[in-house]
Design a protein around this ligand. Structure first.
Ligand code: HEM
Length: 119
């Protein structure tokens, strides 16, 4: 069986480096940094790790129903969702993922928009 992208790029060892970079960019963003201002650091790291591992086809897959439940009171608009996708793209480019792989990851994330965006 073909190995998942998660395995090919080095599993959690790589994902945790990607997460550190993603984390900084998310907090720096004028558009989405605010969502995480009052969230404690372990919860944010948890979010980023799950977000990326899942998008790369690794473990910790969340059901769409769970994603909906977690985000429904956060008032996330489309612009913020897009910003998260943009920041993720920048991060993955820095880690030299192949462009086809990057598109696959971003498509995974984009396909969940309906469970996360409220307006
Ligand atoms: C497909 C995209 C996304 C995935 C897979 C995802 C995944 C998750 C998961 C699994 C959690 C729960 C973390 C835990 O176990 O505590 C979470 C929480 C959270 N997510 Fe996302 N997320 C996505 C998009 C977004 C976006 C676009 C935003 C904001 C711009 C966002 C903001 C948050 C916040 C603020 C929390 C923390 C809620 C709290 O602890 O009170 N997420 N996300």
């Amino acid at each position: 069986m073909a190995r998942s992208m998660f395995e090919r790029y080095g599993g959690f060892a790589t994902v945790s480096k990607i997460v550190m970079s993603f984390y900084g960019k998310v907090l720096d963003s004028d558009i989405i940094g605010g969502y995480f201002e009052d969230i404690d650091m372990p919860a944010l790291m948890d979010h980023q790790t799950k977000f990326i591992a899942q998008a790369m086809g690794g473990p910790a897959a969340y059901s769409n129903e769970m994603l909906y439940r977690v985000h429904k009171n956060l008032d996330i608009d489309n612009r913020s969702f897009q910003e998260m996708v943009t920041v993720l793209r920048e991060t993955l480019e820095e880690f030299d993922l192949e462009s086809g792989d990057i598109e696959q990851v971003l498509n995974e994330v984009r396909s969940r928009a309906q469970y996360i965006v409220v307006s």
